[in-house]
Each structure stands twice: as structure tokens, then as C-alpha cells.
Design a protein around this ligand. Sequence first.
Ligand code: M6R
Length: 336
Amino acid sequence: FMLKEIYEQSSTLRNTLRLQDQFLELMTEFLDRAGEVFLVAAGTSYHACLAASYMFSKLAFLATHPIIASEFVEQHGKSVNIDSTILFVSQSGETADTLAALDHARLRASTILGLTNVIGSTLTRLSRVYVCQQSGPEIGVAATKTFTSQLSVLAQLALRLAKRRGKVSHVEIEFLEKKLQQIPDIAEDILRTQPGKIKQLAKKYCDKPCFFYLGRGISSATALEGRLKLLEIAYVPAIAYPAGESKHGPISLIETGFPLVFICPRDETHKMVVSNIMEMKARGASIIIVCEEGDEELKRLADDCIEVPKGVPEILSPIVYVIPLQLFAYYMALEQ
Ligand code: M6R
């Protein structure tokens, strides 16, 4: 089922582009009016929230707080109130930690918004407004297609909010809207061209006892998700960090042959990631890079490289850069 669901992503992403306009618009209005915004979820859905916090900030200039559901009450329980707007993201709409956070927020009279895949779930019943992501049932334990759909919905919300707030030029918004429409085709391209190579990588690295995933900016969320897939499915311990933070301790783990997966789209962080890669290379790490097609600078530094089609804008990059990582986890599991 995991493989089937990974391959479904080009069509689920198409479905996610056909959501009901009125609910997206209503949710955008709530976000626009909000005093403070929290994005609350568990596991993979939390990683979607983390990526979304970059989208909202970069496009709509809206600061949001992505919070792990099981920490929400401890961290913000006393401060959330009637002025807080909380977007709960849950594929199933039934995750106990997420619903516990939601119950607390309801008691404090906060505005509850929901993003879920299951109509009729508790999350849809308790939300002031909800959006259904339309990914179809997810049977596999590992969340795959539902993650990329969540990201697509969250990007649509961020774009709508940016438009409403007039923070970004209409030329840029139109460019990003057009790119979002192309994402399903890009996903299809990756699924057609990369699996053979990723299978070979899994064979090459399957004996490694531990992996390191690194990315900067929005790609730090992609790194966390890639790492979660690997440990959840292949039972291989893995660590993920924002690349800039890796030198504050975790770098001491690196020795000759330690496998490092860098997620490195050609965005504003590119130059800094190159210097992180050189740092790790100097310590003898084996460098696997997920980068843009034809990024010769990175290809020269990499031991192995997975290429993603050109021209994916930064805020949409997690939707496509995560797909090779899902496949890598799947093939690594088969090798164990
Ligand atoms: O249904 P939810 O989105 O609320 O589920 C949250 C997590 O339990 C879920 O994403 C879990 O982490 C996945 N199995 C990860 O692949």
C-alpha cells in the first residue's frame, strides 16, 4: 500500500487542486483576522505545519506557531484565548493528541480550523471551518500522499492570504499559482524517472546503522519528514536537523562513510547548504544530495545524487523533494 500510495501522488495532488473555493476562502478570512495563529498536529502532519509556517511567513507575512499536538497544552495552554486561531492538521481527524489539544483550545474559546482527509471525523465536527484535502483513503502506516496533499492545501491558503493582504506582487502570485498547477506533473516525472536509481542507493547504503538528514529553511521540514519515513518503515535510526544547527553538536557523530542526506533545492539557502556540505565532506561523510536537475556544483560534491525537475519554487519544494525520500525509505525497508 505504501508504494501504491506513493505512486498515487500525481493524481491526489491533482485532486487537491480542485478543492471547494468557498471553504478555502473562508479559512483564509479567519487566518487574516487572527490575533495569533497556531498550527497544531502530530507526526507527518506536524511536518506539514512546519513547512506551512515558512509559506505563511514568506508569502503572506503572517507569523504562525507550528506546535506538536502533545506539547500544545503544556507550552501554550495558559496563553491561548478567544483571540487565538488554531489550525489543526490531521489526516485522520482522530489523532488523540491532536483532539486533546483541540478540546483544550475549545474550552479557552479559541477559533478552531481543521485540515483533514476524513469528512465526518471528529476534527470536521469540531471545526468552525474545515477543508478536506481529498487524498482518498490512506491504508499504509506511513503517511505519504496525505503529506503532499496537506502541503498543497497549505500552499493554496498561503497564496490566497498573500493575495488578500497584497504583500507580494500579483506577478509573483500568478507565477506561483501556475507552478502549483504544474506540481502533479513534476511528481509524475520524479515517479517515472527516479525509482531505479533510488533502489540502487538503498542497496548501496542498506547496511549503514544510522542516517543524517539535513536541509535549510523550508527544506528542514522535508528533512524531518524523510527521516521519519526511514525510521518508521525501515527501522533504521536517523537524525534530522536544520543544516545550520548541525554544527552545534550533531556534527561530532560524523566519521568516514557516515551517510548524510542533504535536501538542497536551488533556493535562497543554496549557498549556505553548499558550505554545510563541504564541512561534512571534510569529515569524510558519504553525501547523498536531493537537488535540482543540472545542479553541477552540488553534483560535484555528492557521492550520490537524486535529481528533481528544474524550476520548483522554494515554497512548493517540500511537495516534490519529499517524494525521493519516501521511495528511499520504502526501498531501504525492502533491503532490511
Ligand atoms: O492522522 P494524523 O495526521 O493526525 O496522524 C498523525 C501521525 O500519527 C501520523 O502522521 C504518523 O506520524 C504517520 N504514521 C507518519 O508516517
